[in-house]
Ligand binder design. Structure first.
Ligand SMILES: *Cc1c(COP(=O)(O)O)cnc(C)c1O
Length: 464
């Protein structure tokens, strides 16, 4: 399968090259030139498959030119063996055809494990045959760092370095990263804030010469296509669990960088009978404003009760715009120059193409608290603040729709226990297997906010 850049200057490339590159050299994002397509009959015939076997069927057409089916099976098996629920992604049905798809049974209790377990094992496999070694480098303010470390810790050909702002992430989030003591895992606490960490990572990518040409630097942020690919699977999975509704299905997706809901859009394009994708945002609502009012204007990020969705610009939205503008890369390239500083207006055609498949809803912090309280009262079920946003969108959309609605539950409530100060519900406890991280020794190095210090640290760790 060939991959093309949304900005049209970088040459098209293979799946493996798109994964290793992350971002295209022209600053664009890679998207498949064409998608595989499955009929509803074919999809329905998969209803007895395990999650892993279903994942092979869905992912294989994307990789078949480069990765054997056997290898793909092994990568998928290894990735999902660490999940704590035998269904991998269990489904619960509530009143009125409302469903919850629990995506938080991976090692770090958030849906990012689906993508980052797969990406770690995939990268390890790709470079094994090329006899290369990789350096994964990232900055984290919370969820992504721990999921990336969990995904890479057992990879033989990968060293992973994750920067976090010293004393500025929650204790649980820090300990999820720092209590892993594998030799290839390196936690760096920077004397600075998250933006300082991110700036160091960005500069390191633009100046890879410090690795002396002997290692390739890899970003594992949400624009990597392999992450999107892994996320397509659970849309098919949940359609099958609902019983293959002939009239279609609606998904409600708590959205930040638009990666997860874009995976749902690809599932739709691949033949899944998706009626609508609900884009559920918090008060950082650029996507809601864009879809609802054609107002894609950047605003300062404010800290909401759903911190993993606090973004100014959604990077993966570029992939959808590329389709909405009928793959006119010149136009996208021009538009993306302005997107982080100016208001971008979509054409009526582009907007109506988007609205065919998407609908949006925004929740305030007050609404998040209300929804968690209401859901607990009605169903004795605790939503995490991100999932509560998805649920609000579902219940609003329900007023005009009778078909099954699946809300993606993106995190375990025990990851965000502090909200209990506002909901006045019991503080959710970490599951037993994570209690130990509160006691285990931590491994991390504290460095100054200095490019040189970080680069020297990396060199010393990988070449000694
Ligand atoms: C990252 C994250 C999201 C947002 O996902 P995107 O793919 O960036 O839209 C939602 N909820 C949780 C818990 C997350 O960690």
């Amino acid at each position: 399968m060939k991959f093309v850049s949304t900005r049209g200057i970088a040459e098209s490339c293979t799946f493996e090259d798109a994964v290793l590159a992350g971002l295209a050299s022209d600053g664009g994002l890679y998207v498949p030139e064409e998608l595989p397509h499955f009929s509803v009959d074919t999809i329905s015939s998969w209803s007895q498959l395990t999650y892993e076997d279903l994942a092979v069927n869905i992912m294989y057409p994307f990789v078949e030119a480069e990765i054997s089916k056997k290898s793909l099976e092994a990568i998928i098996k290894k990735s999902y063996s660490v999940f704590r629920n035998s269904d991998i992604a269990p489904m619960l049905e509530f009143r009125n055809n409302n469903w919850i798809l629990e995506l938080f049974h991976g090692p770090t209790l958030a849906f990012k494990d689906f993508a980052l377990q797969f990406l770690g094992n995939l990268l390890d496999h790709i470079v094994e045959s090329r006899e290369e070694k990789l350096v994964v480098l990232g900055a984290t303010s919370g969820d992504t760092g721990s999921a990336a470390i969990e995904g890479c810790q057992d990879c033989r050909n990968i060293d992973i370095f994750i920067l976090h702002p010293h004393n500025r992430v929650s204790e649980v989030q820090r300990r999820q990263m720092t209590t892993i003591k594998n030799k290839n895992v390196h936690n760096i606490a920077i004397n600075g804030n998250f933006d300082d960490c991110q700036a160091i990572v960005k500069k390191a990518f633009s100046n890879q010469s410090f690795l002396k040409g002997e290692r390739r630097l890899i970003a594992v942020n949400s624009i990597n296509f392999a992450r999107i690919l892994a996320q397509i699977v659970y849309y098919f999975w949940s359609y099958l669990r609902v019983g293959c509704p002939k009239d279609g299905i609606v998904y409600s997706v708590p959205t930040g960088n638009f990666g997860d809901v874009y995976a749902g859009y690809l599932a739709l394009k691949m033949g899944l009978p998706v009626k609508k994708l609900l884009v559920a945002t918090n008060s950082n609502d650029i996507l809601h404003r864009c879809i609802n009012n054609n107002d894609h204007s950047p605003k300062k990020v404010n800290a909401s009760l759903a911190p993993s969705m606090d973004i100014m610009i959604s990077s993966n939205f570029e992939r959808l715009l590329f389709d909405a503008y009928e793959r006119d890369a010149n136009l996208i390239r021009d538009m993306m120059k302005r997107v982080s500083t100016q208001t971008v207006m979509l054409t009526n055609n582009a907007l109506s193409r988007i609205r065919e498949n998407f609908w949006s809803y925004r929740s305030s912090d007050d609404e998040i608290v209300e929804m968690i309280r209401a859901y607990f009262k009605n169903f004795n079920y605790t939503l995490d603040p991100h999932t509560a946003i998805g649920m609000s969108a579902s219940l609003e959309y329900r007023k005009s729709c009778e078909c099954p609605i699946v809300t993606l539950a993106t995190a375990d409530p025990s990851k965000f226990p502090d909200i209990s100060n506002q909901t006045f519900l019991e503080r959710p406890e970490l599951p037993p297997h994570l209690q130990s991280i509160l006691k285990n020794p931590e491994y991390f190095s504290i460095l100054n906010n200095s490019q040189l210090e970080v680069e020297n640290f990396i060199i010393q760790k990988i070449f000694d």
